[in-house]
Design a protein around this ligand. Structure first.
Ligand code: DSN
Length: 478
């Protein structure tokens, strides 16, 4: 691909946008500058390829396509069928899955589709059977009442939020924690690792309908074979949310017991994290759940986004190339180098390290909350996010942790030596930041002091680190 073609495409697009609303064109340009200049360590973010970005910016956005390939509620969907079928085929081939549903707009949507599919498949409900054979509009009030009673209060067992689970795995403020009778498993307080015997014990006591594996802030591999055995032992459906590590599964870094696809009944993911695709979600499942999963729209989701499915097809095709496996391995090598660099300098990491794409710094070791550390790092040009640590005394708002991840910097081409330099920058900021006090003298969980001259110096060092690895080197908007 000629660099000239990428520059021409994006420059022309901005020219067209500028003619209508120049402030939007300016914001798009400014976002590129900001992303180019910041050291992005947000574990859930990445940079999609120019081809993936361009596949989203077109007239596929204009089309309604409720239903699935070949069975739409709207006429004229032949081209949407082409891209949806292509994306699903690439997903099946890439992950070795029996079935792929590529319509979910996000990871949360993908999880809702999965919950619906499992409920519809597993719950013995005469009202549900009626709903499935008749049009939903024909259900009486009494049918709806029965349906709510029969589907509600089913049990879900997932990883707790402060141990690294995701809020859609049954956390109370999320709908999953309201629609399910939920219990969570944590991690061993001494090691920070999942204790599979404790999970088995919780499953035996609680007898969940769904056992959820997967995480958004757990820095270790998970043994999905053992979790499947636990699910089988209590008759649970085993669901894995691999949103964070889908790229490591795609790149065959996680194989065997650590690849969820052969072990889980149903797997959900986002497409924009380590997988490096467009912002969106996806469900992979075993054949017996495919019909229910395909009812995702209109049962759970709004109309599919054909332009995003086109971009998913492009990104999944990219992930099937051999070089993606090399990329995935470099993500982990970089995360381990960053973790080792921090540990060597005295940082405290949850579980003492990482074997995936992320690490969790317990910043209480620096006398800070996650909120103070996040802001001080941001002042210094380093973008991270605060995150709870297991049994966090500061709760989910202030937190005691900083989550860092390497998919984005690896996409830019930074390697292990630069990760060590990044560790030095992070450690310097955190050691030089001091917690502030409230007006009444009590300790503040938000205020902090960091010498602005030092923050500027670190920012410049971060920019220097990025300079040899330009983001989107083929795109020149000047
Ligand atoms: N927001 C995502 C993350 O940062 O992990 C998960 O939903």
């Amino acid at each position: 691909m000629s660099r000239n073609a990428e520059s021409t495409a994006f420059r022309s697009a901005l020219e067209v946008i500028r003619a209508v609303e120049p402030r939007v064109a300016d914001a798009i340009g400014a976002e590129l500058t900001d992303q180019r200049e910041s050291l992005k360590l947000i574990a859930s973010e990445n940079y999609a390829s120019p081809a993936t970005l361009l596949a989203m910016g077109n007239w596929f956005s204009d089309k309604y396509a409720e239903g699935t390939v070949g069975r739409r509620f709207y006429a004229g969907c032949q081209n949407v069928d082409t891209v949806e079928a292509l994306a699903a085929e690439h997903a099946r081939e890439l992950f070795g899955a029996a079935h792929a549903y590529v319509q979910p707009h996000s990871g949360i949507d993908a999880n809702l589709v999965a919950f619906w599919a499992v409920l519809a498949d597993r719950v013995e409900s005469p009202a549900l059977k009626k709903a499935q054979v008749r049009q939903v509009n024909d259900l009486t009030e009494a049918d709806w009442f029965a349906l709510r009673r029969e589907l509600g209060n089913q049990r879900m067992l997932g990883m707790s939020l402060d141990a690294g689970g995701h809020l859609t795995h049954g956390f109370r403020p999320n709908i999953s924690g309201k629609m399910f009778d939920q219990r969570s498993y944590g991690t061993d307080p001494a090691t920070g690792l999942i204790d599979y015997d404790r999970v088995a014990e919780a499953a035996r006591e609680f007898k969940p309908l769904i056992l959820v594996g997967g995480y958004s802030a757990y820095p270790r591999k998970v043994n999905f074979r053992i979790l499947r055995e636990i699910a089988d032992s209590v008759g649970a459906t085993f669901m894995v949310d691999m949103a964070h590590f889908a790229g490591l599964v795609a790149g065959k870094v996680f194989t065997g017991d650590f690849d969820p696809v052969p072990h889980a009944h149903i797997v959900t993911t986002t497409t924009h994290k380590s997988l490096r695709g467009p912002r969106g979600g996806m469900v992979l499942c075993q054949p017996e759940l495919a019909d229910q999963v395909d009812r995702g729209c209109p049962m759970v989701l709004g109309g599919p986004l054909p332009h995003v499915m086109a971009a998913k097809a492009v990104a999944l095709a990219e992930a099937r190339r051999p070089e993606f496996a090399d990329y995935a391995q470099r993500i982990v090598d970089n995360a381990q180098a960053l973790a080792e660099g921090l540990l060597r300098r005295g940082a405290k990491l949850v579980t003492g390290g990482t074997d995936n794409h992320l690490a969790l710094i317990d910043v209480s070791g620096y006398g800070l909350t996650g909120r103070q550390a996040e802001q001080a790092l941001l002042d210094s040009g380093i973008v991270t996010n605060r995150n709870s640590v297991p049994q966090d005394p500061n709760g989910a708002w202030y937190t005691s942790g900083i989550r860092i991840g390497t998919p984005a910097l690896t996409t830019r081409g930074l390697g292990t030596a630069e990760m060590d330099q990044t560790a030095e920058l992070i450690h310097t900021v955190l050691t030089q930041t001091t917690a502030g006090a409230n007006a009444d003298g009590t300790p503040s969980k938000a205020k902090y002091t960091l010498d602005p001259a030092l923050a500027d110096k670190i920012s410049r060092q971060a920019t220097d680190l990025l300079a040899p690895h330009p983001l989107y080197p083929g795109i020149d908007l000047s």
